[in-house]
Design a binder for this molecule. Structure first.
Ligand code: UDP
Ligand code: MG
Length: 348
């Protein structure tokens, strides 16, 4: 069979680098590790190409790490990252993405929520020329009020505002072309917004329905509170998408409007004072106050915009720093090739 994904000839990667990297973040999933691996392995073997499975232990407090260590000892395709504390799913995913060497990177949950059997279908779609294929959980087995309804609303909002026509932004079950994911930095709960960020860089994105099973064992790590954090991240992303490279355009217009009207009112009052000599404080107190307030606000908004411009430039010029810290790496890779740096030019 022809390998489906060829690296660019100039790429400097070891000869036996994997075609597929599976990245799985885990937080207190001890009971799920073994069953997940047993389901996953035959599917990956069946693909007939070299692969690696990267388990990221996100500071679990149960036996997750021990369970993963057993797999690591038994299978050379298994790599194990252990974060120094619980950093959250997004950071855990980012750690795995940075470590991954595959030409295609697949993310999935560690609770058997996602069915490994769907992986070949994700890959097939990717082969059609897409950069990201997202798993759409059509029939979710979760509670309607606390999980499905908020997610419906959030998805609708995100599709509208980001312009990416996905029905399920929350699904972490996705296949990415390496180049795409390596160039996106993740913060907060931002892993949900990878498609939006990627589309900004021109990525082709699609989704296919996948089976959504209830988690196998253990508790979901999230409740309704996640909706609020996602909403806040959404404001960030909307701002980033539209104004990251030009913050002055966001603050400037309002600032200019305030400043001009403040100056106009102030001039009117000054002229009146000069002509009639009345006491402004006595006759036009509120208007005087308004004029001063508008001028101060206007100057401040414009200043914030300018500072934003400076920060934005610093952000782009400065070194990228990872948002996680690794305590321990278990991998049979050579030491120099551990965390691979982001590739190519930063997309602006
Ligand atoms: N997870 C993680 N760190 C966290 C919370 C969750 O690595 O702080 C992992 C978790 O172990 C699981 C995946 O992220 O593999 C999705 O979490 P969960 O199944 O609890 O979310 P849900 O499927 O309920 O949205
Ligand atoms: Mg789950």
């Amino acid at each position: 069979m022809m390998p489906a994904y060829r690296e660019h000839p100039s790429a400097t990667r070891a000869p036996l680098t994997p075609t597929y990297s599976i990245v799985i973040p885990l937080y207190n999933e001890a009971e799920n590790v073994e069953p997940l691996y047993r389901e996953l392995r035959p599917v990956l073997e069946h693909l007939g190409e070299p692969y690696e499975v990267i388990f990221v232990d996100d500071g679990s407090r149960d036996e997750t790490y021990q369970a993963l260590l057993a797999l690591y000892r038994e299978d050379p395709n298994v790599h194990l990252l252990r974060l120094s504390r619980n950093f959250g799913q997004t950071a855990a995913l980012a750690a795995g993405f940075d470590f991954a060497q595959g030409a295609v990177i697949i993310a999935m949950d560690g609770d058997l929520h996602h069915d490994p059997q769907d992986i070949p279908r994700l890959l097939e779609k990717l082969r059609e020329g897409y950069d990201i294929v997202s798993g759409w959980r059509r029939d979710r087995p979760e509670d309607f009020l606390t999980r499905r309804l908020p997610s419906r609303i959030a998805n609708w909002l995100m599709a509208r505002l980001s312009g990416v026509p996905l029905r399920d932004f929350g699904s972490t079950f996705k296949a990415y072309r390496r180049e795409i994911i390596k160039n996106i930095r993740l913060y907060g709960e931002l892993h949900r917004f990878i498609p939006a960020l990627a589309s900004l860089a021109g990525a082709r994105i699609t989704e296919i329905p996948v089976r959504a099973r209830p988690r196998y064992r253990g508790q979901s790590k999230y409740g309704l509170s996640r909706t609020i954090r996602v909403l806040l991240d959404f404001i960030t992303i909307k701002f980033l998408l539209s104004y990251l490279t030009r913050p002055l355009h966001f603050f400037g217009p309002v600032g200019l409007l305030a400043l001009t009207s403040g100056v106009l009112i102030g001039s009117y009052l000054t002229v009146k004072k000069l002509l009639s000599g009345i006491s402004l404080l006595q006759h036009h107190g509120p208007l005087l106050l308004l004029s001063m307030l508008l001028i101060i606000t206007g100057v401040q908004l414009i200043s914030i915009g300018l500072i934003g411009e400076i920060i934005m430039r610093t952000y782009y010029e400065s070194q990228r720093k990872p948002i996680y810290m690794i305590r321990e790496i278990r991998s049979r890779r050579t030491a120099s090739a551990h965390i691979s740096a982001p590739e190519g030019d930063e997309s602006r």
